[in-house]
Design a protein around this ligand. Sequence first.
Ligand SMILES: [Zn+2]
Length: 399
Amino acid sequence: MTAIHIEPRPYLMRNSVQQYEWGARDGEAFIPEFLGISPEPGRPYAELWMGAHEKAPSSLDMDGRSVPLTEVIRARPLFCLGSDCLERFGGQLPFLFKVLSIAEPLSIQAHPGKEQAEHLHRRDRKHYPDENHKPEIAVALDYLAALAGLKSSPDMQRLLAKHPEISAFLGGDAGGAVEDVFTSFLRKTVSHPDEYTRAVGVMAGRLAAKGRGYSLEESLFLHARTLYGDDDAGLFALFFLQPVQLQPGEGMFLGAGVPHAYLKGTIVECMANSDNVVRVGLTPKFKDVETLVSILRDGGPADVLRPVSGAGAYDYPVPVTDFRVSRRSLAAGDRWAALYGERPEVVLLTRGRISIRGGDGQPATFSRGQSVFIPAFLERYIVQAETDAELFHVTVPEQ
Ligand SMILES: [Zn+2]
């Protein structure tokens, strides 16, 4: 391995795109347009990853060659991460930042807490590749339609009254706390698969006869059934979850054990550096009902985060110390002195053009769709907006 020569200055990141099936394609694909490239026909552009996850690390241009950020951090951990971050998280960039462009619903999932993740990883490395927890925040770029958290008890009783197939399938388990009913339901899809498939067929027949005036959940049920078949537990599970709509700039935090499914929209997402997902339905992938039940938390519906305005930026407060996300709008000519001290940072430009002056070098110019890694040893820098601009900033907060 050649020695890595890193300086205290901003580095342009080269990021990889994940082609998950639910990603937007062709004329609707946001990510290629954002990156200024033309989409390959028919190819889904689902996620853009900015960070140092082993599965798809970003790369930095160094001395004319492209070096994975994982490798840069391994070679120069203190320089990249700073002493506080290095001490708290080991030689890992603690967060992973993404852009998601969602055309089709994602699976119904929840993420384990730290201890649960360690346990799952020991037991099943294939399906749980990380030891880390995966709290996440989503912030809408245009909008986000999602299901997040369980419905309230009155809403769930209304849903059972409206959909007799679900209450009939539940039988005697239809009363009690929402998470207990949801747990019984999930277990029964495993213990009584034929009964479940029949109930799904009955509901599909009733809705087809009705023909119109579908609720969000009913439309989703009918659509997902054509994609995943009648035995997918998500077809009924989706009715237990609370619909959420985010407007541009609004965010949502999902802590451990909160079941959720993103349905449609374009967002940025930040999470702890992990890819641990426990899925129960709306997916052809590996489903793990018992594990989801074991991590399910009585979270109620997820809270919409209205950003907190202060000093020209909108901050998205989250109850974890792995990452902190803020959004900042700059008018042409505005200057912003960034002073986060000795910690790693990522800046993503979502509108306009900026220059960043830091260290001894010339100011470097960045434009929409580009992201920048700021190593911890660049403790302060000046951002100058060359046009109206908007950026997202991610760093590791003090503990
Ligand atoms: Zn998730």
